[in-house]
Design a protein around this ligand. Structure first.
Ligand SMILES: [Zn+2]
Length: 215
């Protein structure tokens, strides 16, 4: 094993898919293989560039081959910014505008200039949210954990208004928007329906009901 080079430590960043990336002096490396506690990294310009580094722990212990291309000082910043936006899209209830705006504000001027156009960033965020829309496996009421995307409408209005909580043996959730509640309040006739046991197995106590209210 070669002696550690004069490069004591490095930092890793997360790729948009959640993998590790190693930014170094304007070049980006992706994991090629891991052998024991040594990781082999290959320059991201695969097929073009043969530059590699080996790391052990948090130390670069070996470099092989020179890059065939110049560095891109903003590559790491762009990668971090895009990965951060995707993570927020999956995990937060912030609006698309808020996520993009916050990322652009916190990115350096150079990074912001190199990021994709605004519409493209918005599409990326919306695709992330769509990708987690796949219906979750049918949990019990206590296990039910609604992802943020299920708590808002497509127009990013709050849709889950109340959740009595996992500790409630008769847990119930109220879905509506404030706008729709306002319409309901102003309505002179209210019709109500409840799904049957077959349609909503999470609520075994709920059976078909039909209500007509006149104010
Ligand atoms: Zn390279």
């Amino acid at each position: 094993m070669a002696e550690p080079l004069d490069q004591p430590t490095f930092r890793l960043i997360k790729s948009q898919r959640g993998g590790d990336k190693l930014p170094e002096n304007g070049y980006m490396f992706g994991v090629q293989r891991r052998i024991g506690d040594v990781t082999h990294w290959l320059c991201e310009q695969r097929g073009v560039c043969k530059a590699r580094v080996h790391t052990k722990g948090m130390v670069i212990v070996k470099r092989t081959n020179e890059h065939f291309h110049g560095p891109d000082e903003q590559a790491a910043g762009c990668c971090e910014a895009k990965a951060g936006m995707k993570r927020k899209a999956r995990e937060s209830q912030d609006s698309t505008y808020h996520i993009v705006g916050e990322s652009l504000q916190t990115a350096s001027e150079g990074t912001a200039a190199k990021l994709p156009k605004l519409d493209s960033l918005k599409q990326t965020i919306q695709r992330q949210r769509t990708s987690v829309l796949a219906a979750p496996a049918q949990p019990t009421l206590a296990e039910l954990a609604l992802p943020a995307v299920y708590q808002q409408t497509a127009k990013e209005e709050q849709f889950l208004l109340y959740d009595s909580g996992a500790d409630d043996v008769h847990r119930f959730l109220i879905f509506a928007t404030q706008h729709n509640l306002g319409m309901l309040q102003r309505s002179k006739i209210r019709l109500a329906d409840a799904p049957s046991r077959r349609h909503l197995p999470l609520h075994p106590g709920v059976c078909g009901a039909w209500t007509l209210c006149r104010r």
